[in-house]
Design a protein around this ligand. Structure first.
Ligand code: ZN
Ligand code: ZN
Length: 435
């Protein structure tokens, strides 16, 4: 509107100017003296127009200087609950060309690479543990990520930059290790933990070591998770993923461990777990020591000498009443044994690896989402944003990341807005400045 007024004032000035000129040429045509017309021209063209024009510029500058709170859409997510407490609700998922932003308007937006709003909404419901000012118990996030093979744009970008550097370092450390080639499988697993720790520590932007599966190759398990859900149900898939690292191992679970006990009972019902006498005899025999196995061979009158444990178990295959004997030696009813889903016996190792990936992805997305939420809330509710009060900012940075450590100073004005990268746990704080 202000611009239209300016243009109108200039236009009046211009018309008066033309009249002035016309009257100077032929004073008999004019309806006012040329001098008066000249004054009007001067007023509109040189005084009122420019004055209004500069006032429009001022308004623009004022808008630029206005507190962020007036401009940011994230502020519309603030509300007050019944007890007067400020509540921050992250705005709804937002469609972009690449997928859906799960947390629009926060200090670190996470984009889920999917075309499906339903998938994005489900992930959002599971990732957001905080609603209307209270923490909520939610189902784990990893199962849906695995089932729909979902990726996160920002995590993928991190992987793209760091994966090769990480893998090269792991290979270099394995090749340079004096112990690696002589170590047993279990010793190699221990050595690998140390190697991964070291390989992660050389990355410029570091994640915690438990997130290393993201930097390893992801096997192709497309469609397998959906198949498990179809055959065994969603709850069984979720629980099975939770205990996937135990597949093929015998577990002793007592009813006192209520949650684990109930979960394993459900997996038995779903036919993804064997319990007690249903566990194959050979697997139960593995629980015995070599001395116990040798004794059992003698008790069964088998008259054979076992060279090792595997040999002893094979000999006992033809023994009589072995299960009865086992029942007296082992708490058989408390033993559980997770088995691969039907038809996926050969794919189970790939599934275990991909579940480690999706577990790590879920953890990373949850942490980043939560830190972005906390920092955004601090930014938009700080006294300077709400009342213009003067405050000072501080960043409590991630201690093991050189990029973030550099943030650990005081800020008089605009603070940085972490997370700086996926997995960054830097938190911002404000203090009142001394008067
Ligand atoms: Zn960092
Ligand atoms: Zn950080």
């Amino acid at each position: 509107m202000a611009y239209i007024k300016v243009m109108l004032f200039y236009l009046i000035g211009l018309i008066c100017g033309i009249f002035t000129l016309a009257m100077v040429v032929d004073p008999s045509k004019g309806w006012m003296a040329a001098t008066a017309s000249g004054i009007v021209t001067f007023f509109f063209f040189y005084v009122a127009g420019p004055a209004l024009s500069s006032s429009v510029e001022c308004v623009k500058d004022d808008e630029k200087e206005a507190p962020i709170i007036q401009e940011q859409p994230k502020n519309s997510a603030l509300s007050t609950n019944a007890s007067g407490r400020l509540i921050y609700q992250i705005p709804p998922v937002k469609k972009t060309a690449k997928g859906y932003i799960l947390n629009p308007g926060t200090t670190f937006e996470l984009t889920l690479l999917t075309d499906s709003e339903t998938e994005a909404q489900t992930v959002r419901d599971l990732i957001d543990h905080y609603e209307h000012g209270t923490w909520l118990e939610k189902a784990p996030l990893a199962p849906i990520l695995a089932r729909c093979q979902l990726r996160c744009l920002e995590v993928d970008a991190y992987i793209k930059v760091h994966k090769k550097q990480f893998q090269d370092k792991v290979n270099e450390l394995v090749n340079n290790s004096q112990e690696w080639s002589h170590a047993s499988k279990s010793d190699q697993a221990y050595l690998m933990e140390k190697i991964i720790e070291k390989a992660i520590s050389v990355l410029s932007v570091r994640l915690s070591t438990e997130l290393a599966p993201l930097l390893e190759d992801l096997p192709n398990t497309a469609g397998l998770d959906a198949k498990i859900v179809d055959s065994y149900g969603q709850e069984a898939h979720t629980l099975y993923m939770l205990y996937a690292h135990e597949i093929g191992k015998t577990q002793k679970i007592h009813a006192v461990d209520q949650v684990v006990y109930q979960n394993f009972k459900k997996l038995v019902t779903a036919k993804l777990c064997l319990n007690g006498v249903n566990i194959p005899q050979a697997i139960l025999l593995e629980q015995l020591s070599m001395t116990d196995l040798t004794e059992m061979i003698t008790d069964c009158n088998l008259h054979e000498k076992a060279k090792n444990k595997a040999d002893a178990i094979s000999i006992l295959g033809s023994g009589k009443n072995v299960m009865e004997r086992l029942m007296s030696m082992l708490p058989v009813n408390e033993l559980y044994y997770l088995i691969p889903p039907k038809g996926m016996e050969k794919k189970i190792a790939d599934l275990q690896k991909s579940w480690c990936y999706y577990d790590a992805l879920a953890k990373l997305m949850k942490t980043t989402y939560s830190i972005a939420r906390t920092n955004t809330f601090k930014l938009i509710t700080a006294p300077n944003a709400l009342s213009g009060e003067k405050i000072r900012w501080e960043v409590k940075s991630c201690d093991d990341c050189s990029d973030c450590e550099s943030l650990h100073i005081l800020y008089e004005h605009t603070p940085p807005e972490p997370p700086l990268h996926v997995g960054c746990q830097c938190l911002i704080y404000w203090h009142h400045t001394a008067a």
